[in-house]
Structures are given as structure tokens and as C-alpha cells.
Design a protein around this ligand. Structure first.
Ligand SMILES: [Cu+2]
Length: 124
């Protein structure tokens, strides 16, 4: 015979097993009294053929952005206002920053200054 306590234990296990990442995030957000963390999905920007792709991207504050050099020559990632600056990235090297302050950040490759991109940090 199943006791009521068995059912509630099963429910707890069942609930945990089916908790989605979004639901977990929501719980964490309620705990922290902050919703901005939940919308900060990491973003990857590819560097290839002298181009940043996507060339412009809008993210929430707290978003981690990773540039990956898919090109066969080195590139850098340098913000015009000095917010971030990578070393020369060889093929397959990565550079990661976390953007916390809202604003518009234009960046370029210091080796090939015509390569530019833009990150817009904006609360959702
Ligand atoms: Cu470059």
C-alpha cells in the first residue's frame, strides 16, 4: 500500500527530474531578486574571412561573449573605448568578456582596423 508520504516523495523526485533550465533559472532569480541573469545567454562571435559574425549583436547585461578565430590568420578584438582588448588570437583561439554595463561598444581588429563590430548591451 502506498502511503501519502511516499506520494509526496515521488512528486518531489518527479518534479526535480522534470525541472527545466528555465524553471531553475527562475527559481534562482527569485532567490537573488534579480531577473537579468536569466536572460544572459552566452553569445559566440565568429571571426573569419576578415569579418566578425554577427557584426552587431544586442545582449542583456551580464552576458558572456566569446570570440572564436576561425580564420587562418591572427586577429584581435579591441573595444574603441578600451572596455576590452584581446591579445592576437591565432586560429581557433578564443577571447571571452562578460558585458555588465549597458551601452554600445564598437570594437575592431587592431591588426586589420577595417574589421569592426558592435555590441549593444541593453536590459531586456
Ligand atoms: Cu584581423
Amino acid at each position: 500500500m502506498i502511503q501519502p508520504s511516499d506520494i509526496s516523495a515521488w512528486r518531489i523526485r518527479h518534479k526535480q527530474a522534470n525541472t527545466s533550465p528555465a524553471a531553475s533559472c527562475l527559481s534562482v532569480a527569485i532567490l537573488l531578486m534579480s531577473s537579468s541573469l536569466c536572460f544572459a545567454q552566452p553569445v559566440t562571435i565568429h571571426v573569419d574571412n576578415f569579418t566578425f559574425t554577427p557584426v552587431e549583436t544586442t545582449v542583456a547585461p551580464g552576458t558572456t561573449i566569446t570570440w572564436v578565430n576561425d580564420d587562418d590568420i591572427p586577429h584581435t578584438v579591441v573595444a574603441t573605448d578600451g572596455t576590452f582588448k584581446s591579445k592576437a588570437l591565432d586560429t581557433e583561439d578564443q577571447f571571452t568578456v562578460t558585458m555588465t554595463e549597458p551601452g554600445e561598444y564598437v570594437y575592431f581588429c587592431s591588426l586589420h582596423p577595417r574589421m569592426t563590430g558592435k555590441i549593444i548591451v541593453k536590459a531586456p
